[in-house]
Design a protein around this ligand. Structure first.
Ligand code: ADP
Ligand code: MG
Length: 189
């Protein structure tokens, strides 16, 4: 049964916050990908230059499939979308969105460099997570939530409403490009 709820979006939009709430209040099993990969050695090697493990996508996909079969429901926050996801086990993907200016400030407040914060802000403006989710899962399994000016509990309630309505996708709820010109924004930030 497809029981994985994917929570995706640009870093800083609130994926982990929503995933924890869904897990605590709705009983989904929370899977933290980087922990799982390290704990179960689902990597091919350690990349010294980048200081990260290189994920063994095939192994990780099979492991996630097995976890899906043995659980009632899984919530999986990830900003990466790729071959490591067992697509037929995914019930729905939430794509969290956040006003790029708010996002930029949030990433800077995390201590990220201007460059890294800007790169991610630009990805948010260009809908990268939305496009990747839609191309992997198809539009009907992708549900976009604009979190701008929504408290964490309000985001959680929006997600619950979508889940109780069943499989109906929703996208196109934001249009950052109509509000911000990336070149101009990069100069002002
Ligand atoms: P992600 O996992 O997408 O990187 P986090 O869940 O870690 O994002 O949230 C990033 C920061 O934003 C955290 O400091 C978190 O407390 C805060 N945050 C998350 N959701 C909201 C929200 N709805 N409103 C305001 N701040 C939020
Ligand atoms: Mg996170």
């Amino acid at each position: 049964m497809a029981n994985i709820i994917l929570i995706t979006g640009t870093p800083g939009v609130g994926k982990t916050t929503l995933a924890r709430k869904l897990s605590q209040k709705s009983g989904f099993k929370l899977i933290e990908l980087s922990h799982l990969v390290r704990k179960e050695e689902l990597y091919t090697r350690f990349d010294r230059a980048r200081k990260t493990y290189v994920v063994d996508e095939e192994k990780l996909r099979r492991r996630l499939e097995a976890l899906s079969r043995s659980s009632e429901g899984i919530v999986l926050p990830t900003h990466l979308i790729g071959r490591f996801l067992p697509t037929s086990s995914v019930k729905l993907a939430f794509v969290l969105r956040l006003d790029p200016m708010v996002l930029y400030r949030r990433l800077r407040a995390r201590g990220w460099t201007k460059r890294k914060s800007w790169e991610n802000t630009e990805a948010e403006i260009l809908d990268v997570s939305l496009h990747e989710s839609r191309s992997l899962l198809g539009p009907r399994r992708v549900y976009e939530i604009d979190t701008t000016r929504k408290s964490a509990p309000a985001v959680y309630r929006a997600a619950l409403r979508a889940l109780s309505r069943g499989k109906t996708g929703r996208s196109g709820v934001v249009n950052w490009l109509a509000r911000y010109d990336p070149l101009e924004l990069e100069r002002t930030l």
